[in-house]
Design a protein around this ligand. Structure first.
Ligand SMILES: C[S@@+](CC[C@H](N)C(=O)[O-])C[C@H]1O[C@@H](n2cnc3c(N)ncnc32)[C@H](O)[C@@H]1O
Length: 438
């Protein structure tokens, strides 16, 4: 048995400790500042894996987690430490990555806190399963076992109530779950609009029930304005597959960001915490410093959530997004907001950035978690924009990409983090890269 002082947490929520020149990764509910007893589970050349056994001395940052599923769930890795300490962890995580991967020294990356510590998520997806033979909604645990939910406090209250209403309808129809009972019901996704209060539901099946029209009608009559039933036969846990989608009620719900309105379908990517997204985008807007003569290239533009916020302040925007459906949606959103100076390209950034004819003077990128490919990054750097605004949901891939932009003459000028997902280890950042004048 080892006695270890936990000094940090990994993104997965494992404790980090150092002892006798070795780094320990400790599984279990531990907090920075804890002194714990742990048992070694495997030994590697320069690190050791261990499992928490008992607390010797609790960290001063420890608090009682609000959610009864906390130890099992794995979705909220930081719920047991104070909010101030969560923010500190996120800021350190960004600083450490910037130094380790890009040799950019930024002490205490400024982080914008969230006003809501719980009840902030406007969209969630659940997996169906049975507990004591009763259909329920749940999540997969840290050890990949399905468990039924009695609550999920990071969700908006109306979202949770809507999920329960849909569940009641499905229970009446005696449907069984795919993942625990070989039935047909797979996932339930719910979104609530902060702008209109509309509720949007997506139910996925391996096979539609024979009476699906009745099921749809009953779900709609529970106060849901937009419903999609989707068929997915994939033998994995993906929500959306290749099967048909049947829309009932409205195809869209409307959401708003900084005065712009967006139609969102059940399969569109859209910010799940619109309040914090506005803070994120206003920092990105500051960094972009849009001017009437600017020609901007935006990569990974999704449904145009950020694009529409600055387009009318610049001359032209060329925006590239890899998912065709999102591009169609972006065009509709532009029209809805009378924005007519954006050309949306349904192309990967790798291809789009390399084929531009115009001189681009500013770039915005908002890639997925794994960051930019070297090919996309080269194509963007070759445009030689004077500034690049990089929106990122993973400080480690952000730092890696900053280091890849450095040989092209770019360096980090400003960076801020925004807490979009309190209680979790997710950190969103906006960075401004400026091209040095030779
Ligand atoms: C983090 S989202 C950003 C979306 C948008 N900026 C927003 O806030 O709504 C990343 C987007 O990049 C798209 N994407 C992923 N790889 C891509 C690629 N190689 N080229 C273009 N778009 C890509 C995804 O479909 C997704 O819409």
């Amino acid at each position: 048995m080892e006695i270890l002082e936990i000094t940090d947490l990994t993104v997965e929520g494992f404790g980090v400790a150092k002892s006798s020149g070795l780094v320990y990764f400790v599984k279990g509910v531990v907090a920075p500042g804890d002194v714990v007893k742990a048992v070694i589970t495997s030994q590697h050349r320069n690190y050791v894996e261990a499992e928490f056994v008992e607390l010797v001395q609790p960290s001063p940052y420890r608090i009682e987690p609000l959610c009864p599923h906390f130890s099992q769930c794995g979705g909220c890795q930081l719920q047991h430490i104070s909010y101030q300490e969560q923010l500190q962890w996120k800021s350190n995580f960004a600083s450490q990555n910037l130094w380790k991967l890009a040799r950019e020294k930024v002490d205490n990356v400024h982080i914008v806190p969230s006003d809501l510590l719980y009840g902030y998520r406007a969209k969630a997806h659940f997996t169906f399963g049975e507990e004591n033979n009763i259909l329920n909604i749940g999540y997969f645990s840290k050890s990949d076992k399905w468990f039924a939910l009695t609550t999920c406090p990071i969700l908006k209250e109306t979202l949770w109530v809507t999920a329960q209403d849909v569940l009641s309808v499905l229970r009446k129809h005696d449907l069984k779950s795919y993942f625990t009972s070989n039935g047909t019901l797979r996932h339930l996704q719910v979104r609530v609009s902060l702008l209109t209060g509309e509720k949007q539901v997506l139910v996925t099946f391996t096979q539609f029930p024979k009476n699906f029209e009745n099921v749809a009608e009953e779900i709609l009559s529970a106060g849901i304005s937009s419903l999609a039933l989707h068929q997915n036969t994939a033998q994995n846990k993906t929500v959306i597959g290749k099967g048909a989608t049947l829309y009932n009620g409205n195809q869209y719900v409307q959401e708003q960001l900084m005065g712009k309105v967006y139609n969102i379908t059940p399969v569109s990517f859209f910010q799940i915490n619109p309040v914090q997204a506005e803070k994120l985008f206003s920092i990105a807007l500051d960094y972009l410093e849009p001017q009437p003569e600017d020609i901007v290239f935006e990569g990974y533009s999704g449904v145009g959530a950020f694009t529409l916020l600055y387009a009318q302040k610049v001359k032209t925007v060329i925006a590239a997004e890899g998912v065709e459906e999102a591009v169609q949606q972006a065009c509709k959103n532009a029209a809805l907001n009378n924005v007519d100076n954006v050309q949306f390209l349904a192309k990967p950034v790798e291809e789009a950035a390399g084929s531009l004819q115009q001189k681009i003077n500013k770039v915005v990128v908002d890639p997925p978690r794994n960051g930019m490919t070297q090919e996309a990054l080269n194509a963007v750097a070759r445009l030689q924009p004077e500034r690049i605004v990089y929106i990122s949901c993973d400080p480690s891939t952000l730092a890696r990409d900053i280091s890849r932009f450095q040989p092209f003459g770019y360096s980090l000028n400003h960076i801020q983090a925004i807490d979009m997902f309190p209680q979790t280890t997710h950190v969103e950042c906006v960075a401004l890269l400026i091209k040095e004048k030779l």
